[in-house]
Design a protein around this ligand. Sequence first.
Ligand code: FES
Length: 192
Amino acid sequence: MLKPPSPNRRAALATMASALTLCALRPATVQAAGVATGQQPPAPGDALALPSWDDRPRVITPADLVLNAPPLVVYPSDITGKTVRERSRLNQILLVRLSPDQLDATTSRRAADGIVAYTGTCTHAGCSVSEWDASARQFLCPCHSSRFDPAHAGTRVAGPAARPLPALPLKIEHGRLLVAGTFSGKIGAKSA
Ligand code: FES
């Protein structure tokens, strides 16, 4: 038969239970302390930052994007770059700068000075869209060779993916590159 806990053990258990309740009820406090949460998707007003293992400056500015250069892989961040939500692969964002006159009307509305942003997660089976075809200026997923056109709303131009790459609207404010909206579609291998 189980013995009832001693008074000291009861007190310790009560303290643990109280601490667990606080953790569950106060995620905003953890976030405010600058701890990367990892799970929240990008939101309007977020900055975009290089991951913490990269030794370049953390928060991206428009000057970091070179015309037609391979995409930068960035993550949503607070404006200081101290809280980078990099722990979820669903938060991987591809940034490229294209000539504004190459963009279709939908992409122009989402772009900031020719800079466009897309999820880095393939809509076919969820691999990372990690390659760039410089001559065609297209994203390429190495798993099954789906290709996406960043100048035309992330449209699939080859391969088995059924949907475009969801886009993330951008804006420039006070010289900062910021998120201006939410992704245009579901992230990853889900139907639209
Ligand atoms: S997961 Fe990208 S093409 Fe299959």
